[in-house]
Design a protein around this ligand. Structure first.
Ligand SMILES: Cc1cc2nc3c(=O)[nH]c(=O)nc-3n(C[C@H](O)[C@H](O)[C@H](O)COP(=O)(O)OP(=O)(O)OC[C@H]3O[C@@H](n4cnc5c(N)ncnc54)[C@H](O)[C@@H]3O)c2cc1C
Length: 375
């Protein structure tokens, strides 16, 4: 059954929160509705210098050995303020922890210090054409050859690949059998390797954010394998669990809510308070659940079903914020406009992706149904 123990709050966490707010006020060069505020290598370097990347990783790689709750506070403040953190986000949230758990010592020493200092960008190479929710059906092949593997195939929707240094790809390393989840493996790949081609795909907001990444018989050395040959399915499952319940799953549109509240505050006698109050109450509830999951992760638990609940409720709320703002704003969404009209257009064009990226609504609900014994 579902379990959401009350989240911990301490005076140390409150102080850290203030420190991040002061830092963002002084240092954040821009505030954008792009995913995670967009890429800015210089800003990520500054975050790295503050010790806010790899915060929970071992000291021997340059990590801070701090708690997951401290990391949560830093992430929440950065996401809520729309500071540009996309450059280091995937390395910090996902690739680094994966390498800590499954990577070789050589891989960790080569890559983790660069993630921590905000010097290197990672992207996620899981999805392919006709293989998104059902990752067991990936077709990209890694064929063993003398000294390594040859990769052939293509990944799709790879966010930020054209700006990244590394990708971790999931490939088939032995032919598909009845046991669909077997024969998959993960590889750590330098995107400058000859034979890799990034083809841009424009999103609805007109940005070049994701790509098709084509591998034309790319040779990679044997030491690019992450973890064990054929165990990619389990490893990927662990990786996905890291990306479901954080503040980036309910705060993508919160800047729009703040802007809306500012506007309504100026309008004497506005009757919109109940609609905004309802959103704020829902936001407080999701935040409570998300922080509760962070607390459980800190204690070494694996709250996969609770994390799916947070992502499902959180991403639906992000979409609802955009719809409520559209109804109450009193202006048309307009990408060329300053102020609320511009922000509204930015968020509305991105909102459909909130319930797709990182696991679709239906897939999450399937996980929840199984978790509570309803399926
Ligand atoms: C903005 C954005 C960024 C992304 N970035 C990346 C990235 O960096 N790297 C990466 O690897 N991928 C990325 N993706 C891909 C994303 O993970 C997939 O789009 C997602 O997993 C869904 O896969 P799909 O698009 O193949 O849809 P499908 O899996 O084909 O799903 C189509 C529809 O069928 C439903 N469906 C599928 N299976 C089931 C089921 N078992 N039960 C009920 N309903 C089901 C889905 O909910 C959906 O509505 C990104 C996607 C977006 C939108």
């Amino acid at each position: 059954m579902l379990n959401f123990p009350p989240p911990l709050n301490t005076s140390e966490l409150a102080l850290l929160r203030e420190e991040v707010r002061d830092f963002v006020r002084a240092e954040a060069p821009s505030r954008s509705y792009e995913y995670l505020g967009g890429d800015n290598r210089n800003f990520s370097r500054k975050i790295g210098a503050k010790g806010w990347i790899g915060m929970c990783w071992p000291d021997r790689y340059g990590g801070g050995e701090r708690s997951l709750l401290e990391r949560y506070v830093v992430s929440e403040e950065l996401v809520a303020s729309r500071a540009p953190i996309a450059f280091h986000w995937i390395g910090d949230r996902q690739a680094g922890p994966l390498l800590l758990r499954y990577g070789t010592e050589e891989q960790r020493q080569r890559v983790l210090p660069k993630i921590i200092s905000g010097e290197c960008r990672f992207c996620i190479g899981m999805s392919e054409a006709d293989s998104g929710s059902d990752l067991a059906s990936v077709r990209m092949k890694a064929t063993p050859v003398n000294g390594g593997f040859v990769l052939s195939g293509a990944k799709l929707w790879t966010s930020g690949a054209h700006r990244s240094d590394y990708v971790i790809v999931l490939c088939r390393t032995s032919a598909r059998t009845e046991a669909r989840h077997e024969g998959l493996s993960q590889f750590l790949i330098d995107l400058r390797t000859p034979g890799i081609e990034c083809r841009p795909i424009e999103n609805m907001a007109g940005e070049r954010d994701f790509n098709e990444v084509v591998f034309n018989d790319v040779f990679i050395p044997a030491d690019a394998l992450v973890g064990k040959l054929g165990e990619g399915w389990k490893q990927v499952g662990d990786e996905l669990a890291l990306e479901r319940s954080g503040p980036e799953r309910f705060l993508s549109s919160v800047g729009l809510l703040f802007e809306l509240i500012d506007l309504l505050r100026e309008q004497a006698g506005s009757t919109h308070a109940p609609a905004v109050g309802r959103l704020v109450a829902h936001l407080a509830a999701v935040r409570h659940l998300s922080r509760s999951v962070a607390g459980m992760l800190q204690q070494g638990q694996v709250p996969a079903v609770e994390a799916a609940v947070v992502k499902d409720i959180g991403t639906n709320l992000e979409q609802e914020m955009a719809e409520v703002a559209r109804t109450l704003a009193g202006c048309e969404p307009d990408l060329t406009a300053a102020g609320l009209g511009g922000s509204l257009a930015q968020v509305l064009l991105r909102a459909p992706s909130f319930t797709l990226r990182g696991g679709t609504r239906e897939v999450l609900r399937g996980i929840i149904a199984r978790g509570i014994g309803a399926r």
